[in-house]
Design a protein around this ligand. Structure first.
Ligand code: 5MM
Length: 341
């Protein structure tokens, strides 16, 4: 492993004014997104949609540091035969790959999940590196509910995240470590804070045990935020203040950067929260975005599967990418939202 090179890639992924496009929806998830815009989820439509994003020259070259791809996409070519990975490289962004294989029910822990995909991961990473991937992503899913999460679920998921991260670094690939505490329930922000603290502490404990080099990784956490169904929704300032406090308590300064997931927040909420955190300042790591839904909902709607809407889809993507890029520097405000390029 060459740690200096891993650190260089990790820092590039969290370049101030840029962030990561999470375009790694698995077949089931992209079908749900396409159903919502009444587009059939065929291989060709998935290709056309992602090609539209990767050919958004302004967004990709100015605001996107890296793109997380799904296995199907990393092997796909654009309509003119250019590998999609090459389009990303040509824009100056770094190609990355989701390597987890989804979740399974965790035995003895009703309602809880463990992420799978460690089998043959070393061999898969080698092929992805040859294809151009310089970083990878693995997502653990922790749900909050009555009696959950159990310490068992937190432990096994942290263990798997660290196994994955160690294998990535051995393959000269920067691991994005994504322990996601879902915001689906009716819990309040305090409960989210407590659970996320347990999850992050366990994750970093496992990373240390498995000798993962913190300078060569990027963390992708949830924010400390109220559950979607909670009657009392925390303000933007409270989310920012609590998330920063939580991260300072759990994330070592050796980690180069933190790229948040959006987790079901509205587009503008996800931007406002990131912006408010960066306004706090004085942080030991860079804070940026690695959004899926909060970057793609608008372009998906604008595109709606029609070739004549490609320019509109690209405009919508560029706008969201620019808003989040501003937020990554604490320079966003609601007035900017109205200035569509
Ligand atoms: C884009 O969504 C990703 C893939 O999800 P599935 O494996 O369930 O299909 C997802 O991992 C994503 O990278 C993160 O959860 C962040 O996305 P959001 O939409 O929460 O910003």
């Amino acid at each position: 492993m060459n740690l200096a090179d891993l650190n260089k890639v990790a820092l590039a992924m969290v370049t101030p004014g840029k962030g990561i496009l999470a375009a790694d929806e698995s077949s089931g998830t992209i079908k749900k997104r396409f159903d919502a815009i009444k587009v059939e989820s065929t291989e060709e439509n998935r290709r056309d949609y992602r090609e539209m994003l990767f050919r958004s020259t302004e967004a990709m070259s100015k605001y996107v540091s890296g793109v997380i791809l799904y296995d199907e996409t990393i092997w796909q070519n654009a309509k003119d035969g250019t590998p999609l990975v090459k389009l990303i490289e040509q824009s100056g962004a770094i190609p990355g790959i989701k390597v987890d294989e989804g979740t399974q029910a965790l035995p003895q822990c009703p309602g809880e999940l463990v992420t799978i995909g460690l089998d043959k991961l070393a061999e898969r990473l080698k092929k992805y590196y040859e294809r151009g991937a310089r970083f990878a992503k693995w997502r653990a899913v922790i749900d909050i509910g009555s009696g959950i999460p159990t310490q068992t679920a937190i432990h096994v998921n942290a263990h798997a995240l660290a196994r994955y991260a160690a294998l990535c670094q051995a393959a000269q690939i920067v691991p994005i470590v994504e322990p996601e505490v879902l915001m689906d329930g009716d819990h309040d922000i305090e409960r989210c804070y407590d659970v996320t603290q347990r999850v992050l502490n366990k994750t970093f404990q496992e990373l240390r045990v498995q000798r993962v080099e913190l300078e060569g990784m990027v963390l992708k956490p949830n924010m400390a935020i109220s559950g979607k169904k909670c009657g009392k929704q925390a303000s933007v300032e409270e989310v920012a203040e609590k998330t920063v406090r939580l991260l300072k308590a759990c994330v070592p300064a050796a980690v180069p950067g933190i790229a948040f997931l959006s987790g079901g927040q509205s587009d503008e909420e996800a931007t406002a929260h990131l912006n408010a955190m960066n306004r706090i300042g004085g942080l030991p790591w860079r804070l940026t975005f690695s959004y899926g839904r909060a970057l793609q909902a608008a372009p998906q709607k604008a595109w709606s599967g029609k070739a004549e809407n490609v320019a509109a889809g690209q405009r919508a993507f560029t706008h969201r990418a620019r808003m989040n890029a501003l937020a990554s520097k604490g320079e966003w405000d609601t007035g900017q939202e109205k200035k569509v390029a």
